[in-house]
Design a protein around this ligand. Sequence first.
Ligand SMILES: [Zn+2]
Ligand SMILES: [Zn+2]
Length: 171
Amino acid sequence: MNMLTYLARMIPKELDYVCEAIPEFSTRYAKWSITKIKRGRRLGAVCFSSQQMEINVEYYNTMDPETRKQLRQTLVHELAHLAQYMTGGRNHDRVWKSWMRSLGVPNPRACVKRGEMSPHIANMVEKHSRQRDKIVGICAGCGHKVMRTRRLPKNKQYTHKQCGGGLIRPV
Ligand SMILES: [Zn+2]
Ligand SMILES: [Zn+2]
């Protein structure tokens, strides 16, 4: 879907503000689209090379009021990056923060704290961090634990690079 159309529907006030502050804004981003990140831990992102604003479908697949509110907050966060791109600055610097404040976010931060997430999104994030922490192998030589998101394929032997010991899979 066209990004500006989507933003006009989801965060009309904020989009209007940026379009008035930067007259070339809508021309600059006219061709951008909204796409969905299918996995990963980010809530949203902007990609300048592919001209896309991305949102994480897994996090926003439940549209309870709190999650919807958080989706709008994420869109404002990304909108501030688009504005920042045209006025200088990078990452979550002063320029980005100043755009966030103009868009009604008094204390802008790069990351959303657990306690401020909607219960649905907090659950998803929790699920991801559990996945991240899985032990997939233990070195028979030194006892080192290999952590991965996914299990190691069964039909292959693995060794611990640092000591040469064979990896034992946990049952
Ligand atoms: Zn950001
Ligand atoms: Zn080892």
